[in-house]
Design a protein. Structure first.
Ligand code: ZN
Length: 209
């Protein structure tokens, strides 16, 4: 094969890879806990692993809590492991309204000035001072995926969700590149419902704007 044909072949393969559907991860309301808060809410108990998530090392724990806000409460909110350096509660806008908490739209870990909530486990209660957010939608990917998709960490892109007739284009989707992460779009349940993404055939693609 001569150099030009090889170049064309590589370009075609890359173009095809760029068209690959991006797997959808729909994040139901959940929380992350720091070691201190976990030990307070679940004294003497190891974290139980209920289900592995797509992202390496991440899992849904056996443990759940009740979120208690000024206007309402939500039971059976799943803890995700492993433990982190700061506790964080990720809810949808609908949840925020039901709880009566003015949770801002934030990236994971960007918790300065966020409101708190009361967390109730079967064993204890904890008044979380801050850490309640509605997560910005984002795509996790490896450096190789970023190269193929021609994006960089910190970029924002538009993504088309194709599921049912409610298909929708989402702007302002953050790109998060990390060697530890697999290609996956994370949206919350409000976003998934709005886009008809809550069905097994749904997928996402990048949109050129
Ligand atoms: Zn994520």
């Amino acid at each position: 094969m001569d150099k030009d044909s090889l170049y064309t072949l590589v370009r075609n393969v890359l173009d095809e890879m760029r068209e690959r559907p991006i797997p959808l991860g729909i994040s139901n309301r959940h929380l992350h806990l720091c070691a201190e808060d976990y030990a307070h809410l679940f004294p003497g108990q190891p974290i139980g692993k209920k289900k592995a998530l797509l992202q390496p090392e991440q899992y849904a724990a056996e443990q759940t809590v009740t979120l208690v806000g000024p206007k309402g409460q939500i039971e059976n909110v799943r803890l995700l492991g492993p433990l982190r350096s700061a506790s964080q509660v990720e809810i949808s806008r609908s949840d925020a309204r039901a709880l009566g908490v003015a949770a801002p739209l934030r990236s994971s870990g960007d918790l300065k000035g966020t409101p708190g909530l009361r967390l109730v486990s079967p064993f204890a209660e904890l008044e979380l001072a801050s850490g309640v957010i509605v997560a910005r939608r984002h795509i996790h990917m490896s450096p190789l995926d970023a190269l193929i998709l021609r994006v960089s960490h910190g970029d924002t892109v538009a993504v088309a969700i194709k599921g049912d007739d409610r298909q929708l284009v989402f702007d302002n989707v953050d790109i998060r590149v990390s060697p530890d992460m697999r290609l996956e779009l994370h949206i919350d349940t409000d976003e998934a419902n709005a886009a008809g993404a809550d069905n097994p055939l749904a997928f996402a693609t990048l949109v050129n704007r």
